[in-house]
Write a protein that binds this ligand. Structure first.
Ligand code: UDP
Length: 342
């Protein structure tokens, strides 16, 4: 059983990836300091993988603590690096927090890979690297645009750091995965999106309004040049996204990569507007949401969705779920997640 280190493995996408890796025969351990995840998520993961999940409570900006994980686990074959701060508005308000964390922890993880002979890295990047591009759908060769926020810039810089490292270390292999908009939860409702910090992502805001934790929500911007004036995003179900990581690990371990730094878009390949996502939620769950139409939010791009042909052809990955599956599973999770904070 190949051992995979998943940083941020008790967070949203990380936890789903640990479960998917285990379902496909890998031994996934994680490093998560619970700065934006619940300790109890370990129990949720454990109940799905039928064994006690092993997590190291480590802040990866601490090099010594990070190194201990690699020392204790000389059999790690690949690292999936999720651990990062992820909120666009917070990054606009507090850029230093984003640069300090997202770059330092990546550098430490890579330094450890080098010192301990781990030759495979999968990096959580984002479609935010494309900026406000006119070229839609975006392909992996669409050039980086001007980053719209510090969060996006940390992902551009992270990719560049990994590229330089791959050039200098031809034996080292990296896959950069550019996520579009992950949402939804595991079908069991045992794990899902449950940040500690205030969430600013759209789908969990819909569920928080539906359950009454928020009185209402605002659609940020209705004057964008899109079919209904609200932003267009490519919402990808978190379980499909998690499975793409398993595929990427297999791709590297089976040495199917043609270059030592490969990049893939992970989206559904179809744009959904914010208003369409709200309508899908209302229809599938039979709930009316209290929302108003408001001003644009700083840092947002108007529209972005993926060309997914490369991930389909090379990784052999095809997403199976759509926006209806996303909003249904997100609502199921919202109604089940109270045990996390009890
Ligand atoms: N959005 C919104 N109201 C909210 C939260 C988000 O209208 O309360 C919009 C946001 O402006 C963007 C889209 O939903 O156009 C997706 O935002 P999210 O923060 O979920 O992801 P991002 O695309 O910024 O990574």
């Amino acid at each position: 059983m190949s051992k995979i280190l998943v940083t941020g493995g008790c967070g949203y996408i990380g936890s789903h990836t640990v479960v998917d890796l285990t379902d496909h025969g890998f031994n996934a351990i994680s490093a998560d300091d619970f700065s934006n995840s619940h300790q109890k998520m370990v129990d949720g993961i454990s109940s799905l993988i039928n064994k006690k999940h092993v997590n190291y409570e480590v802040n990866l900006c601490d090099m010594e603590a990070t190194e201990r994980i690699f020392k204790e686990n000389p059999d790690i074959e690949a690292v999936i690096h999720f651990a990062a701060h992820i909120y666009v508005p917070e990054s606009v308000e507090n850029p230093i927090k984003y640069y300090r964390n997202n770059l330092n922890n990546l550098l430490n993880v890579m330094e450890c890979c080098k010192r301990y002979g781990v030759d495979n890295l999968i990096f959580s990047s984002s479609c935010a690297v494309y900026g406000n591009t006119k070229e839609l759908p975006v392909t992996e060769s669409t050039p980086f645009g001007e980053a719209e926020c510090p969060y996006a810039r940390t992902k551009q810089m992270g990719e560049q750091i990994i590229r330089d490292f791959c050039l200098a270390n031809p034996k080292f292999n990296a896959v950069l995965l550019r996520y579009f908009n992950p949402a939804g939860s595991h079908e069991s409702s045992k794990i899902g999106e449950a940040p500690i910090l205030e969430n600013t992502h759209l789908v969990p805001i819909l569920t928080e309004v539906a359950i009454g934790h928020r009185k209402s929500m605002t659609v940020f911007g209705t004057d964008y040049p899109t079919r209904d004036g609200s932003c267009v995003r490519d919402f990808i179900h978190v379980m499909d996204l998690a499975h793409a990581h398993t595929k990427a690990v297999e791709y590297l371990l089976q040495k199917k990569n043609e270059t030592n730094c490969d990049v893939f878009n992970l989206g559904i390949g179809d744009g959904v507007t914010v208003l369409e996502a709200i309508n899908a939620f209302e229809k599938i769950n039979g709930i009316k949401l209290n929302y108003s139409l408001g001003e644009r939010r700083a840092g947002d791009v108007a529209a972005i969705y993926a060309d997914t042909s490369k991930s389909k052809n090379k990784l052999g990955w095809t997403p199976k779920r759509n926006i209806e599956d996303i909003v249904k599973s997100a609502w199921d999770w919202e109604r089940n997640k109270s045990w996390l904070t009890e």
